[in-house]
Write a protein that binds this ligand. Structure first.
Ligand code: 2PG
Ligand code: MG
Length: 430
């Protein structure tokens, strides 16, 4: 089955910023859409998101050039190719671009095409996307990591730490993880209201962080977990994304809210102290992207008892993941399609992570769309974990809900191991 045409348009993400949608049409009329997400706390090693930079239009953020690359050069390369040869198409797009960071055509143009073709292939096979992407091997429903408070760049720097999330540790089913989360999410609103701190939500749907100190969030989070009827550290664990790259300037880490400054060793010590003090089961980007020595300190101290996820540290880039595996800097990898820019490279990054005995965590971006591709990607690859932001706003709920639908489609083939995924990477939660 051949690709007959590619079309593209500028659409808008959950922050109201322009992004790319690609529509692939096959010779029998089957179509597939690819909607590209966009980050705010981006790593320097990510593939390039091409924006026009014309300040008179969409504050410089329009993506008309990327759109025209899809309908021009990219279409000429893709048309006539076999829709089922995703690897061949993605390799051809990488070669056509010719730069290491997909900066000529734009990773948004390339990824939109790659996703649209993957979806068209599933539609042509008349199977769900997870089935098509995973060759029928994907059956594991993910354990969600769900945000309760959003900070950092997703809350205009109101507090320094970016994501305060929960994980339902004793849930026996995917539905139960959502029930636990819904209870904690709504209890958190009650707690914030009573404290006079309720002020809407941040970019990913978690509560706006009206706190005086970063550590005050732990108190509010534990109170919310307890209010919902659970014991922190037993039914519900805390998960953080420090997004430490954003806190690292000129060789030092800074918590601006408290006007505290740290060396790498001191900041690593703070991360280790928090894991000792609070029921934290997972930390993403505890150290800045290129602070390999800092990562090693944290990994050696707490890597046996806590998931340590590299996001900016790895940028879904297999070369950086390889280097991390050799240096033993983490035990998990955040997986974001648009950090690397093709479906094939993303799946290869997941497989490399799994082959090392590490854990992949499939993730949304802070700027999202209504597309639920990542829910299928998580199941297709048996990744075991999914991070989509909070438990409000439809661009987030679209993904959580899609997993429910996938579960229905899988029927008795669906598997759920929940927090059992940690043990599979040798992580023993205390
Ligand atoms: C992250 C993501 C999602 P962004 O840091 O993990 O929370 O944020 O998309 O802004 O990089
Ligand atoms: Mg992150």
């Amino acid at each position: 089955m051949k690709i007959k045409s590619l079309d593209a348009l500028q659409i808008f993400d959950s922050r109201g910023n322009p992004t790319v949608e690609v529509i692939a049409t096959l010779e029998d009329g089957t179509t597939g859409h690819g909607l590209v997400p966009s980050g705010a706390s981006t790593g320097h090693h990510e593939a390039l998101e091409l924006r026009d930079g014309d300040k008179s239009r969409f504050r410089g953020k329009s993506v008309f050039k990327a759109v025209s690359h899809v309908t021009g050069e990219i279409a000429r390369t893709a048309i006539g190719r076999d829709v089922f040869d995703q690897a061949g198409l993605d390799a051809a797009l990488i070669a056509l671009d010719g730069t290491p960071g997909k900066s000529r055509l734009g990773a948004n143009a390339i990824l939109g095409t790659s996703m649209a073709v993957a979806q068209a292939a599933a539609n042509a096979r008349r199977v769900p996307l997870y089935e098509s992407l995973g060759g029928g091997q994907g059956t594991l429903l993910p354990l969600p990591e769900i945000q309760i408070f959003g900070g950092g760049k997703h809350a205009q720097g109101r507090i320094d730490i970016q994501d305060f999330m929960i994980m339902a540790l004793t849930a026996q089913t995917y539905e139960e993880t959502l029930e636990v989360t819904a209870n904690v999410f709504h209890a958190a609103a009650d707690v914030m209201r009573e404290r006079g701190l309720l002020a809407g939500v941040a970019d990913e749907g978690g509560y706006w962080p009206m706190f005086d100190r970063n550590e005050d969030v732990f108190d509010a989070l534990m109170a919310s977990i307890e209010r919902a009827g659970y014991t922190p550290g037993h039914e519900v664990g805390i998960s953080l994304d420090i997004a430490a790259t954003d806190l690292f300037h000129e060789g030092h880490y800074t918590l601006g809210l408290e006007q505290r400054r740290f060396t790498s060793e001191q900041f690593a010590a703070l991360m280790i102290e928090w894991v000792t003090k609070y029921p934290i089961v997972s930390i993403e980007d505890p150290m800045a992207e290129d602070d390999w020595a800092g990562w090693k300190i944290v990994r050696e101290a707490i890597g046996q008892r806590c998931q340590l996820i590299g996001d900016d540290h790895f940028t879904t880039n297999i070369e950086r993941i390889e280097r991390g595996i050799v240096a033993n800097t983490a035990n998990a990898v955040l997986i974001k399609l648009n950090q690397i820019g093709t479906v094939t490279e993303t799946i290869a990054a997941i497989h490399r992570t799994q082959a090392a005995g590490w854990l992949p965590v499939v993730s949304a971006r802070s700027g999202e769309t209504e597309d639920a591709f990542i829910a299928h990607l998580a199941v297709a690859t048996n990744a075991g974990q999914l991070k989509v932001g909070s438990f409000s706003r439809s661009e987030r709920m679209a993904k959580w809900n899609e997993v429910l639908r996938i579960q229905r489609l899988l029927g008795s083939r669906a598997r759920f191991i929940g927090a059992g995924i940690f043990a599979s990477a040798g992580i023993q939660l205390p």
